[in-house]
Design a protein around this ligand. Structure first.
Ligand code: ADP
Ligand code: ZN
Length: 229
């Protein structure tokens, strides 16, 4: 083409969806990707291979929404499969390491719409790289909130229920729950009341997300024991 159709070349951009576990990041990512597919745009969807234990070929929300995806070992793999795509969706960005930032910038520079969902905080409430860096360079940011399982207020944190070492311990409702700031800080001194049927908590289907229990085991509060970190 001798001249561009627009006075300036159309540029790509980066959208980031962050929040705690169960806050609806994956639902929101799937919603945006489905709308792009309805618009007949070429969409490529990726997730880190670390989450392969439950579904290798799909992104699945805690509410059982799913969309086919490709598992990648690291962020640079995305470049190999994204040539043709107009829209690129990436889930669990926090597991793809610092290279994800450069990869997203390259894709956006090539005119693509890049949508990344991921945890902005780890189980200690600390920024979870590389999501904070992506937030800095993104054009559009969405922060989603879950519901605190202890008190019912909006929840911004992911609380690790077991004492298990390491920043990256992939797990679901058996290991993690959504908590508000206050209940997060109270740690083991508070616990979720027994719930017979938590939303999105079906144990029946296999999913990319580790399964949720359909009933919580009652927990005896331990006084004076503070959560680490
Ligand atoms: P994320 O990707 O942020 O972990 P998902 O999009 O996979 O979240 O799941 C969101 C869904 O999880 C909600 O629509 C709801 O059905 C379910 N859910 C289970 N526990 C909670 C909770 N504590 N707060 C909000 N939603 C929850
Ligand atoms: Zn709370």
């Amino acid at each position: 083409m001798s001249e561009p159709a627009f006075p300036y070349p159309v540029s790509g951009w980066i959208e980031v969806i962050v929040g705690s576990m169960y806050s609806g990041k994956t639902e929101e990512l799937i919603r945006r990707l489905r709308r792009a597919q309805i618009a007949r745009q070429k969409v490529e969807i990726f997730k880190p291979g670390i989450d392969d234990r439950y579904a290798r070929d799909a992104i699945v929300s805690h509410s059982e929404l799913r969309i086919p995806s490709r598992s990648v070992k690291d962020a640079s793999d995305i470049l190999r499969y994204a040539h043709e795509a107009q829209v690129i969706g990436i889930d669990e960005g926090q597991f793809l390491g610092p290279a994800l930032v450069r990869v997203c910038e390259r894709l956006a520079r090539r005119g693509k719409r890049v949508i990344v969902a991921g945890l902005d905080q780890d189980y200690r409430g600390k920024p979870f790289e590389p999501m904070p860096q992506l937030l800095a360079i993104a054009e559009y940011i969405t922060k989603t909130l879950a519901i605190c399982v202890v008190c019912g207020n909006p929840a911004n944190r992911t609380y690790r229920k077991v004492r298990r070492g390491g920043l990256v311990v992939v797990g679901g409702a058996d290991l993690y729950e959504a908590r508000c700031r206050r209940c997060f800080e109270l740690g083991r001194r508070v616990s979720a009341p027994e719930s017979p049927n938590p939303p999105g908590g079906s144990d029946e289907t296999s999913s990319a997300r580790p399964r949720q229990r359909s009933a919580r085991r009652p927990r005896r509060p331990r006084r004076g024991v503070r959560k680490k970190g």
